[in-house]
Design a protein around this ligand. Structure first.
Ligand SMILES: Nc1ncnc2c1ncn2[C@@H]1O[C@H](COP(=O)(O)OP(=O)(O)OP(=O)(O)O)[C@@H](O)[C@H]1O
Ligand SMILES: N[C@@H](CCO)C(=O)O
Length: 311
């Protein structure tokens, strides 16, 4: 009577994917870095699928196929041409939702890596990135969430191509995370469909300079290289204080500043050898002037990306 035998399931495991900050100014949809705030999945193979969002931040998150994690797991199985084995998937996150720190990318990447693990690893890293980038529509959050560090990535008909950079020495991140949500969809809806040649050349040259500066540790060039006219000016009305920070943060110790992803978080680079008190004081004063509440955190750049651990 095989039906009465206890099923033997593979060992439970945990997948942890980091938050990310996309664009870094002019690298719209193509450049990002990861930071150590994590989305964690605990995956326990069992007879039926159960999606279990945990904690107050995920309250109201669906537990069906519209859940980002579960959707990503199903997509991965489809890409591999296999059926997803059932499992209990507990989801926890430290990444604030809809704040420009890649919560959706961390959820997607964690789901993709978890499904690949359950399926016996049929997809290599490049295919995992491609599944994630196609689902997200751009690779600038998902690539750092998968690989860690700073990643330059392209997504087109030919596939997803990327180069991962180790962060330059002494480069730290300060983020101002406002207490309000801004969905990526809303922040993309305000962008124009067309740009002038001058704006295109400005974006190309500055994003190329930024990637080269990050690759060679030229921290002195960040402030200039992070200038952007592709998305930040259009999004500024949605993020009170953004223009002040972009214009003035360098006077208070920032090496450069940018809207993080689609916002409303703002990212400043700092030199880890220097105090960040003056920058914090400036960011606090901008919040106060604009009637905002929020958190200011100094973070290193995560270099590990997504990790799997057997439980
Ligand atoms: N851990 C999670 N589990 C399930 N769904 C999640 C999780 N994290 C994020 N999401 C979904 O992603 C949505 C937020 O995605 P959105 O793209 O708007 O913002 P973001 O990814 O946080 O920011 P950005 O893309 O600008 O960096 C949430 O409203 C929720 O539906
Ligand atoms: N590059 C994307 C990141 C947010 O998902 C944007 O700025 O809209």
């Amino acid at each position: 009577m095989p039906g009465l035998l206890p099923a033997v399931f593979p060992a439970a495991f945990e997948v942890r994917s980091p938050a990310s900050s996309a664009n870094l100014g002019p690298g719209f949809d193509s450049l990002g870095l990861s930071v150590p705030l994590y989305t964690t999945l605990r995956v326990t193979p069992q007879a039926r699928t159960e999606i279990v969002p945990l904690g107050p931040d995920l309250e109201g998150t669906p537990a069906d196929e519209s859940n980002y994690v579960y959707r990503a797991m199903l997509l991965t199985a489809k890409r591999a041409g296999m059926t997803l084995p059932p499992a209990r998937v507990e989801i926890e996150t430290e990444v604030p939702l809809a704040r420009g720190l890649g919560s959706s990318a961390a959820a997607l990447v964690a789901g993709i890596v978890a499904a690949n693990e359950l399926l016996g690893r049929p997809l290599d890293d490049g295919a995992l990135l491609d599944v994630a980038a196609r689902e997200e529509g751009h690779a600038d959050n998902v690539a750092p969430a998968l690989y860690g560090g700073i990643v330059v990535a392209t997504l087109d008909k030919l596939g997803t191509h990327h180069i991962r950079l180790d962060p330059p020495a002494h480069l730290g991140v300060t983020v101002l995370i406002p207490d309000f949500e801004l969905s990526t969809a809303k922040a993309r809806a305000v962008l124009p469909n067309e740009y002038s040649r001058a704006d295109a050349v400005h974006a190309l040259s500055h994003s190329a300079l930024l990637a080269a500066a990050l690759a060679t540790g030229r921290l002195d060039l960040l402030q200039h290289a992070m200038q952007d006219y592709i998305h930040q000016i259009w999004r500024a009305p949605l993020v009170p204080g953004l223009s002040d920070i972009l214009e003035e943060a360098h006077k208070h110790g920032a090496l450069g500043a940018a809207l993080s992803g689609a916002g409303p978080t703002v990212l400043c680079f700092h030199d880890t050898r220097h105090e960040t008190h003056p920058l914090h004081a400036f960011l606090s004063s901008v919040m106060k002037r604009n009637g905002l509440e929020g958190r200011i955190l100094d973070l290193p750049i995560d270099t590990q990306g997504t990790l799997i651990r057997t439980l």
